[in-house]
Design a protein around this ligand. Sequence first.
Ligand code: BES
Ligand code: ZN
Length: 458
Amino acid sequence: MNVTQFLEKNRARAESQLLEFLRIPSISTDPANAQDVSRCASWLADHLRSIGMPLVEVIPTDGHPIVYAECLNAGPNVPTVLFYGHYDVQPVDPIDLWTNPPFDPVVKEGKVFARGATDDKGQVFLHVKAIEALLAVEGRLPINMKLLIEGEEEIGSPNLGPFVRERTEMLACDAVLVSDTPMFAPGMPSIVYGLRGLAYLQIEVQGPNRDLHSGSYGGTVNNPLNALACIIAKLKDMDGRILIPGFYDSVLDVSPEEHDSLADLGYDDNRLLLDVGVVTLVGEEGYTTAERLWARPTLDVNGFLGGFTGEGAKTVLPARAMAKVSMRLVPYQTHEEIAKKAMDYILRIAPPGVKVSVQDLHGADPVLVPRDTSAIFAAVKALEETFGTKCRFTREGGSIPVVLLFDTVLKAPTVLMGFGLNNENAHSPDEHFDLNNFHIGMRAVARYYQLMAETSTR
Ligand code: BES
Ligand code: ZN
């Protein structure tokens, strides 16, 4: 039996095991789920042991554990690949918008619906199943493999950064492989060569010492919600330009060559309009949609809290207001630099009569990975052979905090080869993953490892 036949024969089993993985509510941001996150790490570690990985560890951190595994018996003449992924997931709210409960996975029309299905448990698990197939059929892996699967990606990887810096020897490798990104479109395999970074702030505005009658006090005591709205209105202009002084100082411009290569992808604005149900797109003047999404920084309010939001009307001047604001960054902005510039500016424009405070919640640095490495060439070949169609090079707008460190600390090139789709509702109700991509992904990944064995080590 060859690897493809093994994968074919074990389709149903792989799917039912994926559902088991998806049933564990590994929400990293909520302390109430800490036990579940640990349980998920143990489940994954047990599974890796069961497929024959010779070394598997659950490594505790100050936060959620890291699952580490290796299989290094392919010999010194073939490369070592480090696979990175995450088993933690985003919160589920608004829970009432889910058609089925987020941790009670169901399969409908060839898609599995659950929190974490596409981001990133489904994509992690297809690697586990590809490794299982290679071990089962060949008795060994074609290359040396290390697996690093964390439980804190969705909260900015606060403990993985220090871990990577401390364990450079343990994590030493010739290339890093990540499957935590979408494909360009259904049936169009892609390699992502750039990710945006992130700076995430929480702004709190304290006004009077208690909620007040808006008739007795309105017009004299500043209203924290009005004040916060004024602050937010000054962060970005109507043309999508961010008004924080120095915000664009270190932004790498889109070169004419890159402009052309992104244009060649044929990004479909209409498909985006239909997908999200809006009538027009907005953004910075002079840039295409793909550039606005992938190569330009932006700022969004993620949440706005305060005052009376119940049924009917209540006349009140609230005492407090809060907003969560994130900025997506591009090379060579850093999240520390941008968070500082934003915090200074927000405090400077704070209206009188209220107390404004800003907290830096977390961040990630943007990254561009080289496109001309042997690890990338092998990935292109594996994707093209498996999907039977041309592989695209794209950038993406999301962030994966640790990826920059693979370059700067481990000095290894990263391959971002994902099998998700942008409209699979990551971070939103009814998240799902196309099971076709789950299975074809396994074949692509197994083929990638075989092709990597033919490249020389550094
Ligand atoms: N899988 C995403 C990253 C991603 C999203 C890449 C979309 C490409 C396109 C990842 O799990 C994620 O959501 N990361 C967070 C990181 C943040 C919390 C620091 C993100 O981008 O919001
Ligand atoms: Zn995510």
